[in-house]
Ligand binder design. Sequence first.
Ligand code: PEP
Ligand code: MN
Length: 275
Amino acid sequence: MIKNQLYKLITREFKPEDTIIDINSVKIGGKEIIVFAGPCAVENEEQTITIARNVKKSGAKILRGGAFKPRTSPYSFHGLGEEGLKLLAKAREITKMPVATEVMDTESINLICKYADILQVGSRNAQNFSLLKKLGKCDKPILLKRGMSSMLEEFLSAAEYILNEGNPNVILCERGIRTFETSTRNTLDLSIVPLIKQRTHLPIIVDPSHGTGLRNLVNPMSKAAIAAGADGLLIEVHHKPEIAKSDGQQSLNLVEFNNLMQELKTVSKAVGRDL
Ligand code: PEP
Ligand code: MN
C-alpha cells in the first residue's frame, strides 16, 4: 500500500529491491562503495589529467569536475564551459573512468550529454522542476543533490520528477543543509542516509566536501557516511588546493585522498561493503 501522495516510483513499496546503476561496469547501489572524486572545477588540461590519473590510482571509480559552475557571485570563476567538457572527455579517454558533471539549465543538457556519463543537478537547482522534467527524458543517469534547504520529502519528490518522466537512474546525494551552525559550511545530515535507504530503492551517496566545507573534516565524515550506509562518496580533490579556482579550502590534496581511500577500506569491510 502506498500511502504517500507526493511520490510512488521511488518507494520500496513500488520496487522492493535496490536500484543498481551500471555505468560501464561501475555499479552504483550494489555491495561496492563507489567514490566519485575530482576537482570542484575543471581549470586546465594539466590540472584535470593529473587529478584524474591520481584519484584513479587511489581507487576512485568516477571522475567529477564542474565545467559549468553555479557561483554565489557573478564575479567568481564560472567554469570553462564546453572546453571543460572536452577536458573531462579527454581524462575519461586516458583513465577509462566515467565522468560526472553539473548541468545548470535546460539549454545545456544536449551539449553535456555529448561528453558526460552522469549529469549532476546541483543543490541550487534541486527544485528546478523544468530542469528535472527534462532530465527525466534523458538517457543518462542523474546525480541529484539535496537542496540546501530541502526536507526529505522535497528531496525525494525531486527524484520522483525524474523517474516520472521515464528516467529510472537517479543517484541521490546528501551534501549538507543550511542550519544555524556557522562553524561548518553546511550541516551534513547523515541521519537522512538510513532513512532514505528505508524509504527508497535508489542509491544514495554523501558529499562531505560541500557538507562540511573544511578539508580536515572530510576524512572523518567520509567514514561516518559509509558507516551510516551510504553507497558512495563524492569528494573534491585538487593537486594544488591552495591555488584552486574554487573550493580549495575543502579539497583534499592527492596524498590526503590516497590515505583516505586506504582508511575507508576497514570501515567498508566493517559494514559488509567492498571498496
Ligand atoms: C559541486 O558539486 O561542485 C557543487 C556545486 O555542489 P552543490 O550543488 O552541492 O553546492
Ligand atoms: Mn565545489
